[in-house]
Design a protein around this ligand. Structure first.
Ligand SMILES: [Zn+2]
Length: 510
């Protein structure tokens, strides 16, 4: 029998299963594989790769991830299954290619789910749960069982179900706060109760799963950890059903930054330096960007750990403090999550010291007089723009940057698009020697179509990797800052410019 005594946290990533259930976040098989590979580099212990019975696409994704990422040194690959034979068989087949396969089966235990969703009695559950765990056990050794909606289940009944699931072979029992309803002390109390009242609990790892409907998922998990939970089910950027899941990066960094606080709950001396998770925190930022790009679920700028502003200090006093000693206003180092350096955003509150430092980082060393002139121009620009980018700074310092010879001139652009039409663009460019060239292309959207058409004319192989618009000012006649990033060979070219949002809206509506 497995006796999984665990003196660290097991990170169970469900970005590809629960995370993919986010409205609008569908991923194809290749994209899931790309994310799974990055999750392995990040060092997650378990990847819940999907719900194989749900669709052929899910089945294919789970089996491919099992084959390519579920290697001997790689993470455990898990497939989700309801407590039915068909579901379990499908999950077993999909994860069978992994060196370390796991089946995760679930059955609701709250009265409200039993009565309205499953139309089953408590007696039924006491029988089905161990039966299906035992069935899963005929395929794999590593079986996880979740009593769905545990947060709203009668604890006494929950203890009985868990005891039977463990007796039937479950090595992980996962306690989900499916509807994101509990508070930290309630959730901690639930875990404590399970530890104290399930007689064979020492034969299984206690896991937690939770949703962020009240913004409490991470806080609930940390309280669960203090009460004996050792596996955390989480997603990158906290994506997932409704308000999302507990965010992996927040949990990992809380356990990392506040290690001294959490160590005693693991029976370690507070000053122990040994990490509490096996996550390579330097991969966090990269993983966040990848998941955001592939799911199209943007990370809000003020998001903890990975938001664009998480390590940005705009107030002059803060910037000055951070430059003198990082720890004056920072509890963690931006490098620890893989940001190469502290991204100080320069704005109208930025002082001369911050301005000089950023220029230095960009490779510009200015004499005092030059610096004064450049600083005045920077202040002028900062009055008009919210954030002054590195590109702007380069332009300020190096006037030649603004005098790039114009090679092609866009004479004419026409886009058509609609709910049944494929976005099509026609462009006319004037070449440096005065020739007019016209071509057309179909794209995934109006902007993509324009780029494809331009590419056909200029014939310089490049790929549009980002087109984003951020409003600089508020209101109906807002100014938008457009950022376009193109890749050519291995270099990335970035252009930023300002346009009225109203003209962009016209483009979007076409
Ligand atoms: Zn969930």
């Amino acid at each position: 029998m497995n006796t999984p005594a665990c003196d660290r946290i097991i990170i169970f990533d469900t970005t590809l299963r629960d995370g993919e259930q986010s409205p609008g976040a569908t991923l194809n098989v290749e994209e899931k594989l790309t994310i799974a590979k990055q999750l392995a580099r990040l060092g997650v212990d378990v990847i819940e790769a999907g719900f194989p019975f749900a669709s052929p696409g899910d089945f294919e994704a789970v089996s491919k991830i099992a084959q390519q990422v579920g290697t001997e040194e790689g993470p455990t690959i898990c497939g989700l299954a309801r407590a039915t034979k068909q579901d379990i068989e499908s999950a077993a087949k999909a994860v069978s290619f992994a060196a370390k396969p796991r089946i995760h089966t679930f059955l609701a235990t709250s009265d409200i789910h039993l009565e309205y969703k499953l139309k089953k009695t408590r007696q039924d559950v006491l029988q089905i749960a161990p039966e299906m765990v035992a069935y899963a056990k005929t395929f794999v050794n590593d079986v996880e069982f979740s009593p769905e909606d545990a947060g709203r289940s009668d604890p006494e009944f929950l203890y009985q179900v868990l005891e039977r699931a463990i007796a039937a072979g479950a090595t992980t029992i996962n306690i989900p706060d499916t509807v994101g309803y509990t508070t930290p002390s309630e959730f901690g109390g639930l875990i404590k109760g399970i530890k104290e009242n399930v007689p064979n609990i020492d034969q299984a790892i206690i896991s937690v799963h939770g949703h962020n409907d009240l913004g409490l998922a991470v806080a609930n998990f940390l309280e669960a950890v203090k009460n004996g939970a050792r596996q955390l089910e989480c997603t990158i950027n906290g994506i997932g059903e409704r308000a999302g899941n507990a965010a992996l990066e927040e949990l990992v960094m809380a356990l990392h930054v506040r290690r001294q606080y959490f160590n005693p709950f693991f029976g370690r001396p507070p000053e122990s330096e040994a990490p509490l998770t096996q996550i390579d925190t330097r991969q966090l930022y990269k993983t966040s960007r990848l998941v955001s790009n592939l799911t199209g679920m943007l990370v809000q700028p003020n998001k903890a750990i990975v938001g664009a502003n998480a390590f940005a200090h705009e107030s002059g006093i803060h910037q000055d403090g951070v430059l003198k000693h990082k720890l004056t206003y920072e509890i963690m180092d931006a490098q620890s999550i893989g940001l190469t350096d502290n991204q100080i955003v320069l704005g109208k509150h930025s002082g001369r010291n911050a301005f000089r430092t950023r220029l230095k980082e960009l490779g510009f060393e200015l004499a005092d007089q030059e610096l004064n002139r450049a600083f005045l121009r920077f202040k002028e620009l900062a009055d008009k723009k919210k954030d002054v980018s590195d590109w702007d700074l380069e332009a300020i310092v190096n006037d030649e940057a603004q005098q790039v010879p114009e090679l092609f001139r866009l004479e004419h652009v026409q886009v058509s698009s609609g709910d049944h039409a494929r976005p099509t663009a026609t462009v006319t460019l004037r070449t440096p020697d005065g020739q007019e060239l016209t071509d057309a292309a179909i794209g995934t959207g109006p902007v993509d179509a324009i780029y494809k058409a331009i590419n056909r004319v200029v014939d310089i192989p490049n790929q549009l990797i980002e087109f984003s618009v951020q409003s600089v000012t508020a209101g109906i006649d807002a100014i938008g800052e457009v950022t376009i990033r193109l890749q050519h060979d291995d270099r990335i070219f970035q252009v930023t410019g300002q346009i009225p949002i109203s003209s962009l809206r016209r483009l979007m509506l076409m």
